[in-house]
Write a protein that binds this ligand. Structure first.
Ligand SMILES: Nc1nc2c(ncn2[C@@H]2O[C@H](COP(=O)(O)OP(=O)(O)OP(=O)(O)O)[C@@H](O)[C@H]2O)c(=O)[nH]1
Length: 327
């Protein structure tokens, strides 16, 4: 009579006897699993509700000697003792077999007879798919806002704020594992003239285009930052100065090639200056970049590394621009 009242509860519930046979399978679990109590009661088929092949459910574990050691094997780090019900344990998991995939939270507890002996086990289930979907949406949003907070909005590269975080991390790594860490400072040449001549809008488009060249020239572990207006910084882990030189040269030459055609079309650029004010499509002017490279040396800190890369860049500018120097 007591057990039949579970049929009045909208939460899926099943009860096992101490031989792991189903003695009760309520209406809510019938609806959730599509398995009727008529076909489940008296069997040990409770696994069919959750899994594609036989395995113990949490309620089964409550009937074994030393349930905790079995819980540790099957649900290591994913189960906890219930705050509400003494000796009950709970966990949550994703079940691809149920209703096209559902997240369930489940609680299992042993049942005791009048002598205090285990005579069965009960398991209740709650569908938490909606809650999980919501949590995932929040996580994605958080991730999105975090990415925005470390990204430069014009170029899509990382901003300076993120540089300090990453540089500190990479420096700590370079101290522990001396595989080499290189820094490359890049600065577009005569960028003021581009702004002055063609306007700020086109200047912005050049910066975006350059960021695209940088992005496609790097490996996955490399990081690119917008360091200032038309100044960029590359953080290249596990990279010697000689290897960084090749990366910088690839970027420098690609930029030169990408804008070489525009140099030929310089006339049309001049003709379209009026269009520029409205940010219309037009060839970008010829742009070059100077690069300064340095490699981690024992005793370096953020400041000394950046200073040396900056110094190498300054020398590249002084030597005529559109070149890469190692400092
Ligand atoms: N369009 C645009 N221009 C920017 C932005 N940030 C900085 N600048 C411009 O970049 C120019 C940098 O000029 P300078 O520092 O004199 O350097 P430069 O003309 O590139 O000359 P060198 O570096 O010596 O080759 C300035 O005109 C800035 O206004 C930006 O976000 N958009």
């Amino acid at each position: 009579m007591l057990i039949q009242s579970f049929d009045r509860i909208a939460i899926p519930v099943f009860v096992l006897d101490k031989e792991h046979r189903i003695v009760f399978w309520n209406k809510a679990i019938e609806a959730m699993s599509g398995l009727s109590s008529a076909c489940m009661i008296g069997t040990r088929d409770q696994w069919r509700c959750f899994y594609a092949s036989p395995r113990y459910c949490m309620a089964d574990l409550m009937l074994l000697e030393d349930p905790i050691s079995h819980l540790e094997t099957l649900y290591a780090g994913r189960y906890r003792k219930s705050d509400l019900i003494e000796n009950a344990v709970e966990a949550s998991d994703y079940f691809p077999e149920i209703g096209g995939g559902r997240w369930l939270s489940f609680t299992a507890a042993a049942l005791y007879d009048a002598q205090g002996e285990v005579c069965g086990a009960i398991e209740t289930l709650v569908d938490i798919s909606e809650q999980k979907r919501f949590e995932q949406m929040l996580q994605e949003r958080e991730q999105h806002f975090r990415e925005l907070s470390i990204t430069d909005s014009l170029t899509g590269l990382y901003n300076v704020r993120h540089l300090h975080e990453q540089l500190r991390r990479e420096l700590a790594r370079a101290v522990r594992h001396p595989q080499g860490l290189s820094l490359c400072m890049l600065d577009l040449d005569y960028f003021k003239q581009i702004n002055d001549r063609y306007g700020h809008l086109l200047g912005d488009r050049v910066l975006e285009m350059f960021a695209g060249v940088v992005r496609t020239s790097l490996r996955e572990a490399d990081l690119a930052f917008r360091f200032g207006g038309e100044e960029f910084l590359l953080l290249l882990p596990d990279t010697s100065a000689a290897e960084a030189f090749l990366v910088a040269e690839r970027i420098r030459q690609t930029l030169e090639l990408n804008t070489a055609l525009s140099a030929i079309l310089e006339g049309s650029v001049e003709d379209s200056v009026a269009d520029l004010e409205q940010g219309l499509n037009m060839p970008l002017p010829r742009v070059t970049v100077s690069c300064g490279i340095t490699e981690y040396r024992p005793g370096d800190n953020e400041k000394t590394l950046i200073q040396r890369a900056d110094q190498a860049l300054y020398q590249a500018k002084g030597a005529g621009r559109n070149r890469t120097l190692i400092g």
